[in-house]
Design a binder for this molecule. Sequence first.
Ligand SMILES: [Zn+2]
Length: 400
Amino acid sequence: MEAALKLVEPIQPPSSEGYRVLARKYRPTKLSEVIGQDFLVETLRRGIGENRLGHAFILTGIRGTGKTTTARIIARSLNCEKGPTPEPCGTCSSCMSISQDRSMDVIEIDAASRTSVDDIREIIDASRYKAVSARYKIYIIDEVHMLSKSAFNALLKTLEEPPPHVKFIFATTEIHKVPATILSRCVRFDLKRIESPTLVAYFKTLCEQEKVTYEEDALGLIAKAAEGSVRDGLSLLDQSITYGTSHVTTAQVRQMLGLSDQGVLLELFQIMMEGNIAVALEKLRYFYQEAADPLRILEDLLDLTHWLQCLKISPSLAQEVTLTAEKREKGLELAQALSIPTLTRVWQILLKGFEEIKRAPSPQKALEVIIIRLTYLAPLPPLSELIEGITEETLEKKKS
Ligand SMILES: [Zn+2]
């Protein structure tokens, strides 16, 4: 019966002609290979080692943080012939059959395509029979929140009195859609977004193993764009490796991600703050040549302003690993030179401009007007200094 169930992401046979995508090639097969989930790894390691895991788990987290991978690792760990062990051997027949996706006892179901109560009943009926060859019969149900209400109810009965040889591992991106009655019968694990420095370090080791050369800043940009998802990060790294024929450069990655040139953006910002309209508009033309979208440029300027403000308050932010050396240096310089009130005023003008650009018949012209406005306003001393000046002036006048 299990054979008829739809498997999630069947593992493809290793291709003989060269490149295999990184996410597949380096998919972790044991807990020690999982990155950025220290708490989860430690808890599972102890639970599996001491053999006191429950019979149902739910893994939740944003996409690409390793839910399915972790589910498979748990399955391997529980069913390894030398286990249960947090470090499955990878060579016994159970480990081999799971890694080749042909284990009769580890059944993966994509709840997104099998939501009905009949689908679940099929599973429940099958769960009464002992595992074919392994220790446990393990059901991995991906995107479990997609199950229908009646399917959940059917599942609940089994979760309340599970046969001792059955384990359930659920994965979901939307835990709030899973009924509380189900949740209360599961051990819950939250997979975190992977921190950028962890991703960068991971990408470095992969590049070295793949004999790919890289610019450090390029990996930082990829990590930042991945927003905590290993899978997204790896797919970007894949793209940049293919694109740059085994040499990952910052310029390529920037182009690939459609990022505006941060160096030029900082230059533009500085020129505006110095009040040089002609040069500022000339710089703007550089972005148009690169076919940048006016709204996107404005968004980048907003981001930059926010970042400069943060940098002004805590200069240690400049040490962040995802920053390019150029941005770090120039950013610190600008943050030092500009006052918080000035940066706040720039922020306000940009934010107002955001709406204007969206409404303007020509976004490009609207952006130019905003740049002119900023160039005019920025060199003004901060409001507090102005007030101070006025008071002093008034006092002087009164004195005379
Ligand atoms: Zn094994």
